[in-house]
Design a protein around this ligand. Structure first.
Ligand SMILES: [Zn+2]
Length: 460
């Protein structure tokens, strides 16, 4: 008797603690997730995976931890369809569990306390990517609690190591792909923001540039600094990086960027783009049109061509010694329509110096893929829901400069979308920056949007 009274009291307490609204639940999850420090390196994402599993199990959702490194496991949960249809492949919701390091001395709040101050929740991961993870978890729990009749399975994935080596998603793709295989996926990488004239833009990420790190090495003869030499590698390297940084890379559009430019040029803020669009399509005029775009908006230019940014230099040990070698690292962001070989050949021609060699920086290379389709049920559902949310808004597909784990799934044939459910507050992104934060209102509205999207494509 005593036991059952105790059980009754404990159950009441648990029910009383459970937030009533979807947004409040997402907020509680986000606070918990921020307080689990998963700074990568070292990551320790298993602690987030275990937290997710506890929430899933408490709500009767089947889940497992997967991977080959005990401290860096991925999390996968699934709610099976109730209405069976042969052709309906699952919906995947994904969000990475690691975060980039935070320099505490640069923050006004503890990055791992999830402090609520001035109307914001502060913490590393508040934007990238624990807010999305919290929203997805809240939606998953809501589906289960309401017993929604699903026409397809819904999978929740939280992968480790997105911010450094993408080893989490790679392990899953090679060892457990059937557990995450889906028709389409919702991922990070979208953006929801206001342009100056006040129009809101929902940018659905369907494509991304490919990080392609390159090392330039100049070789020459070592010698005394008092006698200048024509083969001094420091001088050859300096010429090479200057030539590469100054060169115009060729312009290429894909289905996503073509539609993006065409749509945004209809806004008053971007009316200046309209006369340039036809010129972008002609090989003879594309370069000069892109240069004009670059002068006004470098971010738009970055969607049109591969970029090459020298970022690290290394040469010499002493001021009076000419070294026999000098190296530079270049952060290349390649258009997904180009191959590494194509850009290396082009860079060799631009540098045009046999003393300088170009080689790939060792390490994992992300795949280059076609943009995800603009006609899937999921893309159309997002368009419809974002338009309902703000009838004056523009909903556009978008190619990001930054890379995500989405490319590994696009390579497998899955349509992956960066879903823009959270608004860029104050017009700024603090992802990877200091005092990263999100307001509870933004989190709540975003979670409601995600809920509507998921219901639309799962027949609920
Ligand atoms: Zn991220």
């Amino acid at each position: 008797m005593r036991n059952s009274v105790l059980f009754f009291l404990v159950t009441c307490a648990a029910v009383a603690q459970e937030p009533a609204s979807l947004g409040a639940r997402a907020q509680r999850y986000l606070v918990d997730l921020i307080r689990i420090d998963t700074t990568n390196p070292p990551g320790n994402e298993t602690r987030v995976a275990e937290y997710l599993k506890r929430v899933a199990s408490a709500n009767g959702i089947g889940a497992e931890l997967l991977g080959d490194k005990p401290a860096r496991l991925n999390f996968v949960a699934r709610i099976p369809a109730t209405v069976h249809s042969e052709s309906a492949m699952p919906l995947l919701m994904m969000a990475h569990s690691d975060v980039v390091p935070a320099d505490r001395s640069q923050w006004t709040a503890d990055p791992f306390s999830a402090e609520l101050r001035d109307g914001y929740i502060y913490g590393r991961g508040a934007q990238d990517d624990k807010s999305l993870l919290a929203a997805e978890l809240a939606v998953m729990v809501e589906l289960k609690r309401r017993g929604v009749k699903l026409t397809r399975d819904v999978i929740l994935l939280s992968e480790s190591d997105e911010e450094a080596g993408s080893t989490g998603i790679n392990w899953l793709v090679h060892n457990a792909y059937s557990k995450i295989d889906a028709a389409f996926a919702l991922n990070e990488g979208g953006a929801s923001l206001d342009v100056r004239s006040g129009t809101h833009i929902f940018q659905i990420q369907t494509s991304e540039k490919v990080p392609t790190r390159v090392v330039l090495t100049a070789k020459g003869t070592a010698g005394h600094g008092s006698l200048p030499r024509p083969d001094n590698p420091v001088v050859h390297l300096a010429h090479a990086i200057t030539a590469l940084a100054a060169a115009s890379q060729p312009v290429q559009l894909n289905t996503t960027t073509r539609r993006y430019f065409s749509e945004i040029s209809k806004l008053p803020d971007y009316a200046w783009l309209a006369p340039l669009l036809g010129r972008l399509e002609q090989e003879s005029t594309a370069g000069s049109a892109a240069n004009k775009i670059e002068a006004t908006d470098p971010e738009l230019n970055s969607m049109l061509r591969t970029s090459a940014t020298p970022t690290m230099l290394s040469a010499g040990l002493k001021v009076n010694v000419i070294p026999n070698r000098a190296t530079a690292q270049v952060d290349v962001r390649r258009l997904p329509t180009e191959t590494r070989q194509e850009i290396e050949t082009r860079f060799r021609n631009i540098i045009n110096d046999p003393a300088v060699t170009i080689s790939p920086e060792p390490g994992q290379e992300m795949p280059a893929t076609e943009p995800s389709s603009l006609t899937t049920e999921l893309f159309l559902a997002m368009e419809k829901i974002f338009r309902e949310e703000d009838p004056g808004a523009l909903v556009v597909p978008y190619m990001s400069r930054g890379a995500t784990d989405g490319s590994y799934l696009r390579q497998k044939g899955m349509a992956v979308y960066g879903v823009p459910i959270f608004v860029r507050e104050g017009g700024e992104s603090r992802a990877h920056g200091n005092d990263e934060r999100i307001s509870p209102g933004n989190l709540g509205r975003g979670t409601e949007l995600l809920w509507k999207i998921v219901l639309t494509v799962t027949g609920g």
